[in-house]
Ligand binder design. Sequence first.
Ligand code: AOF
Ligand code: ZN
Length: 376
Amino acid sequence: MTGGTMPPRGDQGSDRRFMAAAVRLSRHHLGRTGTNPSVATIIVRDDGYGPYIVGRGVTALGGRPHAEPQALAEAGELARGATAYVTLEPCAHHGRTPPCAQALISAGITRVVGAASDPDPRVSGKGYAMLRAAGIEVKEGVLADAAADLMRGYLIRSTNMRPEVILKLALSRDSRIGIPGAGQVRITGEIARRQVHLMRAEADAILVGIGTAIADDPFLTCRLPGLEGRSPARIVLDRHLRLPPDSNLARSAREVPVLVTAAEDVDEARRASLADAGVDFLAVETLDDHVALPELTEDLAARGFSSLLVEGGAYTAKAFLDEDLVDRLCLFIGPNDIGARGIASPVDPDHIPPAFRKRGEGRFGDDVYFEYVREN
Ligand code: AOF
Ligand code: ZN
């Protein structure tokens, strides 16, 4: 006999451990499930020798099939009597796929551990109720915050009717974001650059102002090896359609979508030459010659975008902050000063709007990183 003690079935520790694995798995399809959240399911059995995983699933590309039927298919008969760990309450509605709660019941799952709750009125509370009515033991809210954090685009779009807005800025040590007329200025290093590309891969869309599009001539794609296919749609705030047709953005518009905001009265020849390059247009309302951002973000949500990464410049960043549209603020701070000729950032660690609280900090090579989330 060994002296080891096996954790009792479904104890706190193993529930958290398997849910943590499910939360990590749910990250795999972030930014690739359309209007659906990227959800994960892990099916765990215990035949008396300790728990082991028999099925795993994550919401498929485009949003369907959902996570649960994929994990159940992998588990097959081993799902009978097993526990399912789901990062979101299983759906209860007949949408384009049958209800996942029913699939769990039919497969003989006897216990369900859930993390985040679903604000979708077709699901909210009903998924868990269906499971309980079938005699399944349900434990809700395990690692709910961690799961919701990865679904925040979906949750914000469901409740606020706009995408989650993530403002990312690279600052010099003295809080400058560039130098007028100098094009792209290297502020942060290679490791921070890779992290930004990962953020791009996980976002549905990325947005810059026309000033940055002209000054930096960026691609705004994800160029991490193996993740090139995960570039988000690129949006330029460009009320007067000043984006040059030979810019890197316009020239790559057939590979990765480019959407330019255009008012009704823009020059038709400009519109035609950008359209020839494959650029698409977003009709926008303007207010005092500026794009109306609350309306724009609503339109983006209606088009199915759940997360929007705003990468500057200073004017655009300030406009989103002033409209109180920023949900998450990500600051990468390089080790060098730029000096007084640099463009001042609208925000830095000593000037964070009061609605935000610090969520984390770290290092990427020589650069430091601060992340803040809006409290409400
Ligand atoms: C799950 N598992 O993996 C996901 C769920 O349009 P439909 O029919 O695909 O339904 C979309 C809703 O399904 C979405 O609003 C959310 O409530 C839920 N997403 N549910 O059981 C999953 N991705
Ligand atoms: Zn479902």
